[in-house]
Write a protein that binds this ligand. Structure first.
Ligand code: TMP
Ligand code: ZN
Length: 409
């Protein structure tokens, strides 16, 4: 229900002030602020999800300044074969369906270390540009020959750049404080016959597969198709096609164009997905009421399981110092008395400690000989398990409803 605090904030999409509380996850540190020492001080912020009854957007109620969150980023997309395979597949399909050639211009927003644009370059489409505000990852892209602007994308920046045939924005919309400004930027930079391809984690997976660990401060917004249609329509664009995909625990891929006088006949999946949301009530607060109850049950069951294993003398570790792992361990109030260490292959994370739980991060070579491994990066469980064929112990998923990504390598 709306309380005094929520009333002070406005929906970042439509400006509505009467936002309704979905879940209060407590006070937590920033999930990508890895600690150099387990004794480092930490700032905590309240993490709450609220629902906007006007436009259906779900968002967090506290906005941490983006400079604190994104100027130095520990996430390198190239670290995962799953993401690489996903990017390569998308690039191949896009080149074919848009009939791209050496004259085409492709821009990627939040281009990270160039993991995706490199596939366009390899296919001879060299007029590419990446835009990413995190200097350390942008530099990696530049070093491997992917032209990259180290900036936050917005309408003003879009006006200074040449128009593009294809604009890609994968897993970035949720991170954007000014959604309308960002989408107006896409509208300005997209050629009249161009196509933007957008991917976001899908709110139906968050709720129906119980994924509270995907809620963190870097993710300001959580999208249904209903809210996305509003976002693009209000900024002069249309959702021409929509599809559910299994990356990142369940996502939506959208194909965005300028409005056309000839709308596609079958609406390419948009109508069906939208109708299902209406049937389920995703556009009403009632749909979200069971979520906190399910989260509570899930966390209790998982905690009981881990503590029982520990009481039997088993050694438990975690795999994946992903933001969602940081969140899960903090929701569970776990520390190194239960989880000995967490394995992660990201050089920038190795040797550091997880925010909040202060568990040490070690490289895959130090996997050791544990009895049980909690798959904190459960979305990559197939890839992770394949890297440790010698492991005979138990892989533990945070809950049995989760849908890991199967399309990899
Ligand atoms: P993500 O779920 O936010 O994409 O993060 C995944 C994390 O898991 C990231 O820190 C890298 C790590 N990881 C490994 O350490 N080994 C692997 O094989 C994969 C796929 C991911
Ligand atoms: Zn709204």
């Amino acid at each position: 229900m709306a309380n005094g605090k929520e009333n002070e904030m406005k929906c970042r999409l439509c400006g509505e002030t009467d936002l309704q509380l979905v879940i209060d996850l407590g006070k937590l540190p920033l999930s990508n602020s890895f600690l150099v020492s387990p004794h480092d001080p930490e700032e905590l912020y309240p993490l709450r999800l609220v629902f906007c009854p006007e436009c259906s957007l779900v968002q967090i109620s506290e906005t941490v300044p983006p400079e604190k969150l994104f100027s130095h980023y520990n996430y390198f997309s190239s670290m995962s074969q799953t993401m690489g395979a996903h990017a390569k597949d998308l690039v191949g399909k896009t080149i074919a369906s848009r009939k791209l050639d050496e004259h085409s211009r492709v821009v990627e927003l939040a281009s990270n270390d160039g993991y995706l644009l490199q596939y366009f370059q390899q296919a001879g489409i060299t007029n590419v540009l990446g835009i990413d505000p995190a200097r350390n990852v942008a530099q990696v892209a530049i070093d491997k020959g992917v032209p990259t602007l180290c900036e936050f994308f917005n309408e003003q920046l879009a006006e200074t750049l040449p128009k593009a045939d294809v604009i890609l924005a994968l897993n970035v919309l949720g991170h954007v404080p000014d959604l309308n400004g960002f989408v107006r930027g896409i509208q300005k930079m997209l050629k009249s016959n161009g196509m933007a391809i957008v991917e976001v984690p899908y709110i139906r997976n968050l709720v129906e597969c119980c994924e509270p660990d995907t809620v963190y401060f870097e993710h300001f917004s959580y999208f249904s198709l209903t809210s996305l249609i509003n976002l693009f329509k209000w900024n002069g664009l249309i959702v021409a096609r929509a599809k559910k995909i299994d990356i990142h625990g369940g996502s939506l891929r959208l194909w965005i164009t300028h409005p056309t006088p000839f709308p596609p006949h079958d609406r390419y999946g948009v109508e069906g997905l939208r109708e299902r949301e209406v049937q389920l009530g995703v556009n009403r607060i009632e749909y979200y009421r069971w979520f906190p109850v399910q989260v509570d049950e899930m966390l209790r069951a998982l905690k009981a399981k881990l503590l029982a294993l520990k009481a039997q003398g088993k050694q438990i570790i975690a795999y994946g110092a992903a933001a969602k792992g940081v969140q899960l361990l903090n929701y569970l109030k776990m520390d190194s008395s239960v989880i000995d260490y967490v394995v992660d292959s990201t050089p920038a994370k190795i040797g550091r400690y997880l925010p909040g739980s202060r568990i040490k991060i070690v490289p895959p070579e130090q996997f050791g000989n544990p009895d049980c491994v909690l798959l904190t990066a459960w979305n990559f469980s197939a890839e992770i398990e394949s890297k440790h064929p010698e492991f005979r112990g138990e892989w533990i998923m945070p809950n049995e409803k989760l849908q890991p990504t199967m399309e990899y390598a």
